[in-house]
Design a protein around this ligand. Structure first.
Ligand code: FES
Length: 110
């Protein structure tokens, strides 16, 4: 068995063209594609961590990717503790990183 890539144009489960979107992360515009999660947009932009822990300030980003570990928490449009791996990005979302070294740090951080 060999693996191969299917081009986006030839992919039968992708009937339409990509729709770009832009979110704002800590004041910086970050572009992605409609349908991506916030974590997908962040990872696609080369960002690997966007939160730090309160116990030591260790960096966190995506760990499980399925909503179990809570490592990917961000503030979205003023709402804290949103799991970036589950929340689908919407054009214009305003994302703020969470952690003790950032505004709005929370005691519940690990
Ligand atoms: S990466 Fe584990 S909950 Fe989001």
């Amino acid at each position: 068995m060999t693996s191969h890539r299917i081009s986006a144009e030839a992919d039968p489960v992708r009937p339409g063209a990509d729709r770009p979107l832009t979110i704002v992360v800590d004041g910086e515009p970050v572009t992605g594609t409609a349908g991506q999660t916030l974590a997908g947009v962040l990872l696609g932009a080369g960002r690997r961590e966007w939160r730090t822990t309160s116990g030591g300030g260790a960096p966190r980003g995506v760990f499980c990717g399925i909503g179990v570990c809570f490592d990917c928490l961000v503030e979205v449009n003023g709402l804290r503790d949103v799991r970036a791996c589950l929340r689908r990005a919407q054009d214009g979302d305003v994302v703020v990183r969470q952690g003790p070294d950032r505004a709005g740090a929370q005691e519940a951080d690990r």
